[in-house]
Design a protein around this ligand. Structure first.
Ligand SMILES: NC(=O)c1ccc[n+]([C@@H]2O[C@H](COP(=O)([O-])OP(=O)(O)OC[C@H]3O[C@@H](n4cnc5c(N)ncnc54)[C@H](OP(=O)(O)O)[C@@H]3O)[C@@H](O)[C@H]2O)c1
Length: 335
């Protein structure tokens, strides 16, 4: 396992982190809890120390599964538990709420769900334009000073938003989307994280399964699955275009390295981010599969250029994951 570090955290951070949005069930077409628990145990047994969750993943369900697995394993102190705040919901509709009131209430619920008394890295999930950045940052600083969280992270923030946040509170980790098909973060976020010594958590390393090597045209998604409902890449004609691009990348991975696409996808995120953590969602232990194959090799500069060429030829202007951005509180409460 390759490891990295997070400022202020004494534990080793595995560069392969388990994302637990899918095991929350909601927005991913349901979930099998027993399989999810087996996956979490398998991840910890194989040396993964970074587990990423959020209270809105299944409205607390993902957190509760992690709390159970941690209790059963006795490994809490080895794990870098990363959770998120700043969202709320009405029924099943999630909206932004970066207020101090929400954040200070949310942490208590999260600690209870996770059966712990601190979170290692607590991320503001999305910036909330309806609340001043100062208020959101002050709330995070308060939790940090109280020892309820050991490090502060921000997710889906622009550089300007991070600059405003840094006037009030430190940033130890930054979580943008990043994978072979969604590379926007390379431009500004990567250099910014380096300059400010903040660890990168890169989310959706497999572009929600498109880069797993197992996605097919006939794949049926469960009820409410975000891919079927809102992700434009999974709608035609884009779906065929992305599947064709994935095929070409798979052929390249096989020719150049004798490896499947999923290995290339994860290695790409690790190499491009240098010291970042590739977060990828898994529902079953078997989905941790590339873990044993991502070490001991790197992509050459020539191969990265070839990947650029394949992407430019097959995708052109890539679609970024803007569809994931949650609405503002008033848009949901007044609807
Ligand atoms: N901060 C944020 O705003 C934000 C946003 C999104 C995600 N995240 C974090 O990042 C994590 C990773 O992103 P993600 O879960 O969205 O997407 P992802 O890692 O790109 O894709 C996860 C999906 O890929 C498929 N998959 C995984 N391993 C596989 C394997 N070995 N073989 C075949 N299919 C496989 C599974 O889908 P099926 O089982 O359905 O096939 C799985 O649910 C999340 O879980 C979450 O912790 C954060």
């Amino acid at each position: 396992m390759e490891y990295t570090s997070i400022p202020g955290i004494g534990k080793k951070a595995s560069r392969f982190g388990v994302g637990t949005w899918p095991i929350g069930g909601a927005m991913w077409g349901g979930n099998d809890d027993e399989e999810a628990l087996r996956m979490l145990h398998a991840a910890m047994d194989q040396g993964i120390t970074v587990i990423d969750t959020a209270i809105d993943y299944g409205y607390g369900h993902s957190e509760r599964l992690i709390g159970k697995a941690l209790k059963e394993s006795g490994k809490r102190e080895d794990i870098i538990l990363s959770a998120k705040c700043g969202l709320s919901w009405k029924g099943e509709e999630i909206y932004r709420d970066g207020s101090k009131k929400r954040i200070t209430a949310e942490i208590e619920e999260t600690l209870k769900n996770l059966q712990t008394d601190y979170v290692d890295v607590y991320f503001v999930h999305w910036p909330d334009p309806a609340v001043s950045m100062e208020e959101t940052a002050e709330a995070m600083k308060l939790l940090y000073d109280e020892g309820k969280i050991a490090a502060i992270g921000v997710s889906n923030f622009t550089i300007d938003e991070m600059e405003a946040f840094l006037k009030v509170a430190p940033i130890h980790a930054i979580q943008p989307p990043y994978n072979l098909f969604e590379r926007e973060a390379e431009k500004e976020i990567f250099p910014y994280s380096k300059k400010h010594n903040a660890t990168l958590y890169l989310y959706s390393s497999l572009c929600r399964g498109l880069l797993s090597g197992k996605m097919t045209r006939n794949r049926e998604f469960g009820e409410g699955d975000i891919r079927k409902e809102t992700d434009p890449k999974f709608k035609q004609p884009l779906f065929d275009q992305y599947l064709a691009a994935a095929d070409k990348l798979a052929q390249f991975a096989q020719q150049a390295y004798g490896r499947p696409l999923i290995d290339l996808a994860v290695r790409y995120v690790l190499d491009q981010s240098e010291t970042g953590i590739a977060l990828r969602g898994a529902r079953r232990p078997e989905q941790l599969e590339p873990l044993s194959r991502i070490e001991g090799w790197k992509l050459t500069d020539g191969d990265k250029k070839e990947i650029d060429r394949i992407l430019a030829e097959s995708i052109g202007e890539p679609i970024q994951p803007d569809f994931m951005a949650p609405p503002l509180k008033k848009e949901v409460l007044e609807s």
